[in-house]
Design a protein around this ligand. Structure first.
Ligand code: PLP
Length: 303
């Protein structure tokens, strides 16, 4: 598994025309399943679980969750049993058709499918107690894997070789990755977060973990909300891959890079700005998204 990534400079006519330098930190290359921020978030949590003598990890996620896939795989790799509490009880009958859940199960994850109402209460004692009776003691990883240890791991995304950049961009789900990056920025660096979700609570959540005021959210590029896509976004991801050889995922990184280039086109960044975009992985989700896109008669992502 590679922990250090190179920053790949992107050559596109728009960037040259606007005198903007854009590089992508390819954290997706860490591992096909424990990729990008998932590796960073799991690292210190798995160490903590081992230290506490726990052999079971319980976590939460939706049907296409990168976090569920990464937890299953790394649990197997490091000798943990894994339990995934999955949003949507209807999935209990058809989860094998879902590539993310199938893959997680193939790596030993046991599922607990719950209704959306139950899922909302997933952190309450009344929800967790029966699970302890069923599965024994476990280490809890929150949804999306975000907690203090995950944020610490994400702060390791930024390294000395990144000190030259004026702006660091990342995609935002729970805000843990953004918080870690923001905590590690060099002087005069700004962090722009591109939410992939429509949420009024993100600012508050990020404030719990981000120790410095170096970040802001650009909320115009969620494409309708979590896992929502348009034909325009799919076409963009396919043409970006054809031009740069870099694959983007449709839920997070595709929306971020679309947003960055749209802002470049609108002169949001002054000439000579050096931008570093973090590729946080998520490529395992492409398979499941293509199944959905085919059903909707939309263009699919090239793989
Ligand atoms: C590929 C990918 N990028 C970005 C994010 C957003 O990370 P965070 O939840 O820390 O904001 C996620 C979700 O966790 C993800 O799976």
């Amino acid at each position: 598994m590679r922990e250090r990534m190179v920053n790949q400079k992107i050559a596109l006519p728009l960037l040259a025309q606007k005198q903007i330098s854009l590089s992508i930190k390819s954290e997706d290359l860490i591992h096909p399943l424990i990729s990008g921020n998932k590796f960073r978030k799991l690292k210190y949590n798995l160490i903590a679980a081992k230290k506490q003598g726990l052999d079971t990890i319980l976590t939460f996620g939706g049907a296409y969750s990168n976090h569920i896939a990464a937890t299953a795989y790394s649990g197997k790799l490091h000798g943990f049993k894994t339990i995934g509490v999955i949003r949507g009880e209807e999935l209990s009958l058809k989860w094998e058709e879902n590539p993310t859940l199938k893959l997680a199960s193939d790596h030993g994850m046991q599922f607990k499918f719950v209704s959306r109402a139950e899922y909302r209460d997933k952190e309450k004692e009344s929800f967790l107690k029966p699970l302890q009776h069923e599965f024994g003691a476990f280490f809890i990883l929150p949804e999306g894997g975000t907690n203090t240890l995950a944020v610490l791991g994400c702060s390791e995304i930024v390294t000395a070789e990144d000190s030259d950049f004026n702006v660091i961009c990342c995609s935002v789900g729970t805000g843990g990755t953004l918080s870690g990056i923001s905590n590690a920025t060099f002087e005069n660096q700004r962090v722009l977060g591109f939410p992939a979700v429509k949420s009024g609570f993100l600012n508050e959540d990020i404030c719990k973990f981000a120790q410095r005021d170096t970040w802001e959210l650009i909320e115009d590029y969620h494409f309708g909300g979590y896992a929502k896509v348009t034909a325009e976004l799919i076409d963009f991801i396919n043409s970006f891959k054809a031009q740069t050889q870099i694959p983007l995922d449709p839920i997070y990184t595709g929306k971020m890079i679309y947003g960055i280039l749209d802002l470049v086109g609108k002169d949001y960044f002054p000439p000579k700005t050096k931008i570093l975009a973090i590729h946080t992985g998520g490529l395992q989700g492409i398979k499941g998204m293509n199944i959905l896109l085919k059903k909707k008669n939309l263009p699919v992502l090239s793989v």
